[in-house]
Design a protein around this ligand. Sequence first.
Ligand SMILES: CCCCCCCC(=O)SCCNC(=O)CCNC(=O)[C@H](O)C(C)(C)COP(=O)(O)OP(=O)(O)OC[C@H]1O[C@@H](n2cnc3c(N)ncnc32)[C@H](O)[C@@H]1OP(=O)(O)O
Ligand SMILES: O=C(O)CCC(=O)C(=O)O
Length: 238
Amino acid sequence: MRDVTIAKSEFIADEKAITKIQDFQEDAELFRYCTLPQILKYVECFTGPNIMAVHTMLINKPPDPGKMSSRHPMHQDLHYFPFRPADLIVAAWTAMERVDRSNGCLVVLPGTHKGSLKQHDYPEWEGGVNKMYHGVRDYDANQPRVHLEMEKGDTVFFHPLLIHGSGANQTQGFRKAISCHFASADCHYIDVKGTSQENIEREVLEIARKKYGVTVPITLKDTWMIRGRLVKGERINL
Ligand SMILES: CCCCCCCC(=O)SCCNC(=O)CCNC(=O)[C@H](O)C(C)(C)COP(=O)(O)OP(=O)(O)OC[C@H]1O[C@@H](n2cnc3c(N)ncnc32)[C@H](O)[C@@H]1OP(=O)(O)O
Ligand SMILES: O=C(O)CCC(=O)C(=O)O
């Protein structure tokens, strides 16, 4: 994907235009990350033995174009997931170079993983917000936050209810990280109709129609079923 500030410009397509590779499950080399024993050893503590890699990203946070659009609003990843229980889902996020406050490290609100899923919407940012970058509508901005400064290769594992985001990249370099969300294959899908997740389902299905030409009726669940890949054990529900 491209940053919202260049989404509608004649920017020349090259690696510097790409701010994120979403869904790399078909790329054997990148997907190797999701199968590394060093990662799965910790993932298994959360998911148990039947492990699905449900969502993959290589994030290439660009130098901020001056609009603060390189920030990632504070959010809970569970907002995007139509499956439960939350305690059987975990994110692994690995720094591909040193990340600190200057290039937009992760920021977390400790303890929020013990709360519930909150309403998410687009934040009202003057400089624009990237497509589908929803943020928690109400959270206590005075709550203590922790900036995760990490060295190349450091990995953090976090719960899908943890409120987190990342700051602007104030350097001239691209801040790279690779991440994968894992879930137990024992998780079950839920229907998000009538819940706070209806707004993200609507957007995802609109992209499926407009960008991928999907004409048959589908749900959020279908978009996740085609992404998931078994990495250990047995594929059960997901
Ligand atoms: C879905 C899984 C989420 C898992 C949760 C983990 C937590 C998170 O990561 S939260 C963030 C989730 N973010 C995303 O999922 C990013 C989604 N974005 C995308 O997939 C792509 O950027 C997408 C589909 C919107 C556009 O893809 P792209 O190949 O650039 O499409 P393109 O055909 O050039 O543009 C399509 C339209 O989108 C607009 N657009 C492109 N990029 C952006 C952007 N960054 N912001 C706003 N609009 C954009 C274009 O201007 C164009 O608009 P229009 O139809 O009016 O002309
Ligand atoms: O890498 C980042 O900047 C933020 C990633 C993130 O919060 C997420 O994908 O959920």
